[in-house]
Ligand binder design. Structure first.
Ligand SMILES: NC(=O)c1ccc[n+]([C@@H]2O[C@H](COP(=O)([O-])OP(=O)(O)OC[C@H]3O[C@@H](n4cnc5c(N)ncnc54)[C@H](OP(=O)(O)O)[C@@H]3O)[C@@H](O)[C@H]2O)c1
Length: 199
């Protein structure tokens, strides 16, 4: 049986991924902010001491409130530096991903198209996506796939409907269930054809 840790797994996209992985028999730990707060380095360390090995890790957390550059405080920068960047880096240094495993990152379309109203998210998600891309090469020799899922905005989609968290859950499930390994180091634009970028 595969083991999985889904951060931010108590609701939304994280919960949908956790439910999908459970449906194919994975033993899933799905955390809320109370169980693991990625903005708190103590919380990250104590979680990693208890859970130091897994087959599938889903790096997901809450997103910042929209703010433009001149209203962002020093405290905001520090908080989300930890929540969206450093917390994930430390977890990847402390939790061993078993050979043949998967790491999924829940990022955002802002990594490709920075949004001035989401400047914190644009900055730290891009930074961590660069780390994640580099790590995809480090992990490749252990047949560990690193997949960056970048959801888009949900109100203006050409499909004229909201994207469903379950669609991302089903995507993750199908990768794991079908043992797809060669999709690694890639960013998946999960946006219902909303974006204009090709890559
Ligand atoms: N939904 C979208 O359209 C969309 C688009 C682009 C990007 N995203 C990003 O994708 C991620 C998931 O989105 P979502 O819509 O599923 O979010 P959501 O419904 O707000 O759920 C967030 C999850 O993260 C947990 N969480 C919140 N703060 C945390 C922290 N400091 N440390 C660890 N976990 C924390 C929450 O736990 P609690 O239940 O304890 O609060 C919850 O399980 C977010 O980062 C979001 O910004 C979403």
């Amino acid at each position: 049986m595969k083991t999985a840790i889904v951060l931010g797994g108590s609701r939304g996209i994280g919960k949908a991924i956790a439910d999908s992985l459970k449906s194919i028999g994975c033993d899933v730990i799905a955390t809320s902010k109370n169980e693991l707060d990625t903005s708190s380095l103590e919380s990250v360390s104590s979680f990693a001491e208890k859970h130091n090995e897994v087959d599938i890790l889903v790096l997901n957390t809450g997103g910042p409130e929209p703010k433009e550059f001149f209203s962002v405080t020093e405290e905001d920068w520090n908080h989300y530096h930890n929540q969206l960047f450093l917390g994930f880096c430390l977890l990847l240094q402390k939790i061993k991903i078993n050979d043949g495993g998967y790491i999924f990152l829940m990022s955002s379309n802002v990594i490709k198209e920075p949004n001035p109203k989401l400047i914190i998210s644009s900055a730290y998600r891009s930074a961590f996506s660069s780390v994640f891309k580099i790590l995809s090469k480090e992990f490749a020799n252990k047949q560990i796939s690193c997949i960056n899922i970048a959801p888009g905005p949900i109100h203006t989609l050409p499909m004229k409907r909201l994207g469903k968290p379950e669609e991302i859950g089903d995507f993750v499930k199908s990768i794991v269930e079908n043992d797809i390994k060669y999709l690694s180091g890639a960013v998946i634009n999960f946006d219902g054809a909303n974006s204009n970028f090709v890559y």
